[in-house]
Ligand binder design. Structure first.
Ligand SMILES: Cc1cc2nc3c(=O)[nH]c(=O)nc-3n(C[C@H](O)[C@H](O)[C@H](O)COP(=O)(O)OP(=O)(O)OC[C@H]3O[C@@H](n4cnc5c(N)ncnc54)[C@H](O)[C@@H]3O)c2cc1C
Length: 447
C-alpha cells in the first residue's frame, strides 16, 4: 500500500509510526516544524511548552511512550491531589473534588445542592433534543445556569478557548449525551463508565516535543518526507494524486489527512466540494501562551495547579498555570514557572500586541493574585489553533464521514474531528490507520 500523510504534527507522525509497524512506507508532507502545535523550548533551566503543557494518561500514549523508550521521562504531579481553581466573585475558588467540597462550595446555590441528588438519580433531567444543544442549555437543568457559567465556562475556555453558550454538548460530552438520549439517568451513566477513576496527568522531562522528535527519529529510513505544503488532491480510478506548490507529485492508493478546517478545504475541493465548503465554516480560536518566571518566595495558592477565568477578563485572559508547583522539573530550584493563556473565541482573529501584553500582564497578575515580581520569559501566539465544536458541529463531522465513504482510502484525522488533546490525537492516528488497512483499495501503479 502506498500511503500519503498530510501534516507532520503529532497525528501525522503517529499515523506514520502505525503504518511503518504494519510494513508500509508512508510519505509525509510537512512544510513546517515536525510536531505541529507541540513545541518545547528549553532555556536557562526552564521547560517552556508553547503548545501542550500537560498530557493525559490514556492507553495509546502509554504504549507509544513505551515503544519509543520515553517512559523514564514521564513526570507525574509532585503534589497529589492538586487543586484546580476558577475565578469566582473576584477570587480563586476551588473546583470541588468530591461531595464534601461540593456541599461547601460557593459555586453551587443552596437550591442546586438540595436538588442535585434527585436530578442525578432520575432519568430525564438532561434533555437531548435533535440535533443539538449548547453546553449551557444542556447542563442548566442539572446545575443551574449560574453554576454552568461559573464553573463549566472557565473550564471549557481552558480546553477549547470557547464559550458554553456556543459549544456543542453533543460533541463535547458525547458519552453523556448518548446515555441521556437512551433515557439513562446521570447516575446510571456514571455507573456504566469504565472503572479506574480520573486518568492521571503528566509532563515529559525534556519537553513534550521529545515525543515528536523520537517519532521523527524512528521514521528515519522507514518513511519519506516531503517538506512542502500540499496544494491539491485529486482522485482517479487508481487512487489519489497529491500535488505540492513546487510541482512535487505523488500517486498513492490511500491518504491520511491530519490538517483541519480551511487548510484541508484549500486542497480537498476536487475530491469533495461539499466537504471543502463545510470545512471553511469551522471557526478556530487563537491562543497566546506567555511564560513568566517568579521568585520562589512569591506566594502562590498552595497545592494549586492553576486558576481558570470566565469571559470578560482584561486582554481575554483565560488562565494561569502554576507549572512548577506540580511539575518541579520545568523550572530551576529558585524559580517558579507560570504559564498564562490568553485569547480564545471571544478574542476574535486579531493578532495580540505582545509588546503591550508585556507591560500589562505583570500589573494584571499583581491585581488579581498579588504576585509582585514577574520576569517575562517567552510568548507565542497561535492563530486559529483550537476548532470550536459549536452547536450543529455534527454536520461537519457528517460531511467528513460522507467524504470518506465516497472516497475509500481517504481518511480525515485532523483536529476538527475527535478530541483535541494529544492523547486523543494518538488514538485517532491509530484508528485512522486501522480504518485504512481494513479498506479494500485498488492499488495504484506506482509512478
Ligand atoms: C496553546 C495550546 C495548548 C494546548 N494544550 C494542550 C494540553 O495541555 N494538552 C493536550 O493534550 N493538548 C493540548 N493542546 C492541543 C494539542 O496540542 C493539539 O490538538 C495537537 O498537538 C494537534 O496535533 P495535530 O497533529 O492533529 O495537528 P497539528 O499539530 O496542527 O499538525 C498539523 C500539521 O499540518 C501541517 N500542514 C499545514 N498545512 C499543510 C499542508 N497544506 N500540507 C501539508 N502539511 C500541512 C502543519 O504545519 C502542522 O505541522 C494545546 C494546543 C495549543 C495550541
Amino acid at each position: 500500500m502506498k500511503t500519503a500523510i498530510i501534516g507532520g504534527g503529532i497525528t501525522g507522525l503517529a499515523a506514520a509510526y502505525h503504518l511503518v509497524k504494519r510494513g508500509v512506507r508512508p510519505v509525509i508532507f510537512e512544510p513546517g516544524p515536525f510536531g505541529g502545535m507541540i513545541r518545547s523550548v528549553l532555556r536557562d533551566g526552564f521547560t517552556l511548552e508553547q503548545g501542550p503543557n500537560v498530557l493525559v494518561e490514556r492507553p495509546d500514549i502509554v504504549s507509544l511512550l513505551g515503544d519509543l523508550g520515553l517512559q523514564h521521562r514521564v513526570r507525574y504531579p509532585s503534589v497529589e491531589p492538586y487543586g484546580q481553581y476558577v475565578w469566582f466573585r473576584g477570587r480563586p475558588t476551588k473546583v470541588p473534588a468530591g461531595l464534601g467540597e461540593l456541599v461547601r462550595s460557593p459555586l453551587f446555590s443552596a437550591r442546586t445542592k438540595l436538588a442535585l441528588p434527585m436530578r442525578i438519580l432520575l432519568p430525564g433531567t438532561l434533555a437531548t433534543p435533535s440535533p443539538d444543544l449548547s453546553v449551557l442549555d444542556f447542563f442548566s437543568p442539572l446545575l443551574g445556569r449560574a453554576t454552568v457559567q461559573a464553573l463549566l465556562d472557565p473550564v471549557l475556555k481552558g480546553i477549547y478557548g470557547g464559550d458554553v453558550g456556543r459549544l456543542s454538548a453533543r460533541m463535547i460530552f458525547p458519552g453523556l449525551w448518548g446515555a441521556c438520549s437512551k433515557g439513562d439517568s446521570i447516575m446510571s451513566y456514571l455507573r456504566k463508565r469504565p472503572k479506574g477513576g480520573k486518568p492521571r496527568i503528566f509532563g515529559i522531562e525534556g519537553g513534550i516535543q521529545s515525543i515528536a522528535a523520537a517519532l521523527v527519529e524512528f521514521l528515519q529510513g522507514k518513511a519519506d518526507f516531503v517538506r512542502q505544503p500540499v496544494e491539491s488532491i485529486t482522485q482517479s480510478a487508481g487512487g489519489f494524486e497529491i500535488r505540492c506548490k513546487d510541482g512535487h507529485r505523488l500517486l498513492s492508493d490511500s491518504c491520511v489527512v491530519t490538517t483541519a478546517g480551511a487548510t484541508t478545504a484549500s486542497f480537498v475541493g476536487h475530491v469533495s466540494p461539499t466537504l471543502a465548503q463545510r470545512l471553511t465554516q469551522v471557526e478556530f480560536a487563537g491562543l497566546t501562551v506567555v511564560h513568566c518566571a517568579l521568585d520562589r518566595t512569591e506566594s502562590l495558592i498552595p497545592g494549586a495547579f492553576g486558576v481558570l477565568f470566565p469571559g470578560g477578563m482584561p486582554d481575554n485572559f483565560l488562565g494561569i498555570m502554576f507549572n512548577s508547583v506540580i511539575f518541579p522539573h520545568v523550572a530551576p530550584a529558585d524559580k517558579h514557572l507560570v504559564t498564562l493563556v490568553l485569547g480564545g473565541a471571544q478574542a476574535g482573529s486579531a493578532a495580540p500586541d505582545l509588546g503591550r501584553l508585556r507591560e500589562a500582564l505583570p500589573r494584571l497578575l499583581h491585581s488579581l493574585l498579588g504576585i509582585k515580581k514577574v520576569e517575562w520569559l517567552d510568548a507565542y501566539a497561535w492563530r486559529g489553533a483550537i476548532p470550536q465544536l459549536q452547536v450543529g458541529y455534527s454536520e461537519i463531522v457528517g460531511a467528513l464521514d460522507a467524504a470518506e465513504s465516497s472516497s475509500p482510502g481517504l481518511v480525515f484525522a485532523g483536529v476538527d474531528r475527535g478530541g483535541v488533546g494529544v492523547s486523543d490525537r494518538l488514538r485517532i492516528a491509530r484508528e485512522s490507520v486501522e480504518k485504512l488497512v481494513s479498506t479494500d483499495l485498488p492499488r495504484v501503479a506506482l509512478a
